[in-house]
Design a protein around this ligand. Structure first.
Ligand code: RFL
Ligand code: PHB
Length: 389
């Protein structure tokens, strides 16, 4: 079998790239290791930058997002027993973010792909990438039968644990990594959110985040030890810990209820350079991971897709190589700024085991400065709503 582009991975980056390429008549096949249900069962990101929303519009997959997504023009930082609002819109000339779950984005893109009759092979085992310095092809097994797809390009959209980055020649790849000594315990519950907007809390017991998926579904997180286990956290323990880390008034507004999802995610920063090897491109989490504190992971995946799509469009419409050759450099310039922002937010808001009370006071001084300085608040706001592409 032959196609123009094999996309490895049916997460948001693979699906979005496939949909944009379909819009200009470029044929793709997506190979996904898991089942459709498994991909849709993962609860992850919740905050979309305006640029991400615009790209979903371009892909024709933004109708439900516009009907159901919640535009937010501010966030709050909680410390010192108070909420301090950062007015994102006022500080950025009217920009806002949209709260809409990654699960829903994935769902909308999958529906579009299916409606257009485009091919996704779910439960594709043993995906292997070949000859991406010459005439590339991809092999995989489905129901015990081996298959081969020849193609012009391979897009590695298969996340941090995928096969694409591991297929790049080791000598050519440089990686940068920082592990944080804690994780996030996240809970989803069918209860109204504590606040109209997101609340990021710095507390001496540890970080907490109040987020949401809708006006009746809440997403909450608390910082937990790296090696903690979900089974150690009953719903009651979670709600008690969350409320202890919030200012009294916000804690009083938390509606508790049974959780229907509970998971622990490690926090890390990771970047692989370059993101382009011959006819293989790395996209999204396959090339970089950020801690979720800045809400940047999914948005970075979308900005990679935007740069790669522009390069591939120039290649197929004008036979120009310059866009795809500039892909890695352009994407990485934006990636590193988001890596910096996410690291900074993480450092400012979490309790670090080895910095003690001194570290806590430094954070409080930084937060106090941040909310009282228009320059510092603006720096946060323009990063949070998304830097220019
Ligand atoms: P994904 O979503 O990991 O999708 C990769 C897909 O590839 C498949 N795959 C393979 N397929 C074939 N062969 C193989 N060998 C394969 N190996 C893997 C996988 O099954 C999967 O379907 O990567 P993608 O598309 O690059 O998307 C990245 C985003 O998922 C990620 O950056 C965000 O979820 C990060 N993130 C957040 N990002 C935001 O922008 N805003 C947020 O508010 C936000 N919150 C979060 C987050 C991530 C979190 N966790 C759990 C890590 C909150 C959390 C808790
Ligand atoms: C979420 O709603 O899952 C979420 C929101 C903001 C973040 C991270 C996660 O910074």
């Amino acid at each position: 079998m032959r196609t123009q582009i094999v996309i490895v991975g049916s997460g948001p980056s693979g699906l979005l790239l496939g949909q944009l390429l379909a819009g200009i008549g470029v044929e793709t096949v997506i190979l996904e290791r898991s089942s459709r249900e498994h991909v849709l069962g993962r609860v992850r990101a919740g905050v979309l930058e305006q640029g991400t929303v615009e790209l979903l519009e371009e892909a024709g997959a933004a109708a439900r997002l516009h009907a159901e997504g919640l535009p937010h023009s501010g966030i709050s930082l909680a410390f010192d027993e108070r909420l301090h609002r950062i007015d994102l819109a006022a500080l950025t000339g009217g920009k806002h973010v949209t709260v809409y779950g990654q699960t829903e984005v994935t769902h909308d893109l999958m529906d579009k792909r299916e409606a257009a009759g485009l091919v996704t092979v779910y439960e594709a085992a043993d995906v292997a990438l070949h000859d991406f310095d010459g005439a590339p092809f991809v092999t995989y097994a489905k129901d015990g039968v081996s298959h081969r797809i020849d193609c012009d390009f391979i897009a590695g959209c298969d996340g941090y644990h995928g096969v694409s980055r591991k297929s790049a020649p080791e000598r050519a790849l440089k990686t940068f990594e920082r592990q944080y000594p804690f994780g996030w315990l996240g809970v989803l519950a069918e209860v109204p959110p504590a606040d109209r907007e997101l609340v990021y809390a710095n507390h001496e017991r540890g970080f907490a985040l109040c987020s949401m998926r809708s006006t009746h579904r809440s997403r909450y997180y608390v910082q937990c030890p790296q090696d903690d286990r979900v089974e150690a956290w009953s719903d009651d323990r979670f709600w008690d810990e969350l409320r202890r880390r919030l200012p009294e008034q916000t804690a009083a507004s938390v509606t508790t209820g049974p959780s229907f999802e509970k998971s622990i995610a490690p926090l890390r920063s990771f970047v692989a350079e370059p993101m382009h090897f011959g006819r293989l491109f790395l996209v999204g989490d396959a090339a970089h991971i950020v801690p979720p504190t800045g809400a940047k992971g999914l948005n970075l995946a979308a900005s990679d897709v935007r740069y790669l799509f522009a390069g591939l469009r120039d290649f197929y419409t004008d036979k120009s190589q310059s866009g795809i050759e500039a892909y890695s450099q352009k994407a990485l310039a934006r990636v590193w700024k988001a890596v910096r922002f996410s690291w900074w937010m993480t450092t400012m808001l979490h309790r670090f085991p080895d910095t003690g009370d001194f570290g806590q006071r430094i954070q409080e001084a930084e937060l106090d400065y941040l909310v009282h300085s228009q320059a510092a608040s603006t720096a946060l706001a323009e990063n949070y709503v998304g830097l220019p592409w």
